[in-house]
Design a protein around this ligand. Structure first.
Ligand code: ADP
Ligand code: MG
Length: 366
């Protein structure tokens, strides 16, 4: 129900002489009715961006727009917090422990002078959607973490916000509760047709919800794209690493007829030349995700995919069972390569490894 635009936002904390630039030239747009994600490590500036959008913090420079209305510009807030119509869920949920869950959800409505009847109607509806009807007379300390999270979500949604801001909303939940919580949030966002923003250091939160993702590092925007593009074409080694396991190997490239040849230690991998590969002969960091590699035992199970090309034969160092498959660690020259395998492999044996050539990522040499 609202489109948000950030234009060249800087945020500087601290007094003169001891200043700290938490955000540096951040620009992006969040489309109306979309689910937007911000991914970044702790301290990257995610909460600061959320607080600036909500109006709890004023940008030092730059402007922020709600639809075509300027909400803050060059150090001044123009639309105050209470008029931005934003619902927020914080990492610690920030529920009032001495109030019942009902009173917690009613709180923002009472401050807006809703009548007790309207408040009752609204809370009954939200409690039904979020499946917390049974918990309303209890206090937050008397219900599970998953239920507290839903109470916090109900409170954020109570006054029908046009924008829902979720700041690391799942980090206090057990891993096996997070999937349920994510599905619920996705359902609520669709059902209420609300614009939503989630920030997290955890790519699973972002990738399971957001349609568009901004990756930030040290207060700067590194990449903005769909989750698929960011996963497959991360702009740099740091983005690649923040999205999950990736092998980073020193290598070089050269052109051989119609093919680009990637060299890593003694191995040569010929790959199709992409139009954007302007520089052929250079040192590179080669990025390969473990799931884009297969051992000789597994490669035939991948449906004989023509994209799997031979990488080389390497010595196995170790084989560890992780999340339903084996991670086989191998020596490639001086470096280590992790490959997912369906079967355990004995250390010391030699194994031929195949790679999905289209998934290899090339970065400037580190
Ligand atoms: P994230 O949410 O990504 O972990 P934050 O936005 O909370 O990061 O913080 C970004 C940086 O700004 C951090 O280095 C943090 O210490 C600093 N910071 C945040 N708020 C303040 C503040 N009110 N005063 C001074 N520094 C702050
Ligand atoms: Mg934070």
């Amino acid at each position: 129900m609202v489109r948000i635009r950030l234009e060249h936002i800087d945020k500087v904390f601290g007094k003169k002489g001891r200043e700290f630039k938490a955000l540096d030239d951040i620009s992006f747009e969040i489309e109306d009715n979309s689910f937007f994600g911000i991914l970044g490590a702790s301290g990257a500036g995610k909460t600061t961006i959320m607080r600036i959008i909500a109006g709890l913090e004023t940008p030092t420079r730059g402007a922020i727009y709600f639809n075509d209305q300027v909400a803050a510009s060059d150090g001044k807030d123009i639309i105050p917090v209470e008029d931005r119509n934003v619902g927020m869920v914080f990492q610690n949920w920030a529920l009032y422990p001495h109030m019942t869950n009902y009173e917690n959800i009613a709180f923002p409505l009472k401050s807006k002078h809703w009548s007790p009847e309207d408040i009752h109607r609204r809370i009954t509806e939200l409690a039904r959607v979020l499946e917390i009807s049974e918990t309303l007379e209890k206090r937050p300390g008397e219900i599970s973490g998953g239920q507290q999270q839903r109470v916090a979500l109900a409170r954020a949604l109570a006054k029908n916000p046009s924008l829902l801001l979720l700041d690391e909303p799942f980090s206090n939940l057990d891993a096996n509760r997070r999937d349920d919580a994510r599905s619920l949030v996705r359902r609520v966002q669709e059902e209420y047709g609300i614009t939503a923003v989630i920030v997290s250091h955890d790519p699973s939160d972002i990738f399971s919800l957001a349609r568009k993702v901004a990756v930030i590092h040290s207060g700067r925007l590194i990449q903005i794209d769909t989750p698929g593009e960011i996963y497959d074409r991360p702009r740099n080694v740091r983005v690649a690493g923040s999205l999950g396991e990736i092998n980073l190997l020193r290598g070089s490239t050269s052109l051989d007829g119609e093919r680009l040849v990637i060299r890593v230690a003694d191995a040569r991998i010929p790959v199709p030349v992409a139009a954007s590969d302007e520089t052929w002969d250079r040192e590179v960091t080669v990025g390969i995700r473990p799931e884009d590699l297969a051992t000789e035992n597994d490669v035939t199970n991948l449906g004989g995919s023509s994209e799997m090309v031979k990488f080389g034969t390497f010595e196995v160092d170790a084989s560890n069972y992780v999340h339903g498959s084996f991670v086989v660690s191998m020596k490639v020259g001086e470096e280590r390569l992790n490959v997912l395998s369906r079967l355990p492999v004995s250390p010391g044996s030699r194994l031929t490894v195949y790679v999905n050539a289209s998934k290899i990522k090339l970065f400037d040499a580190q």
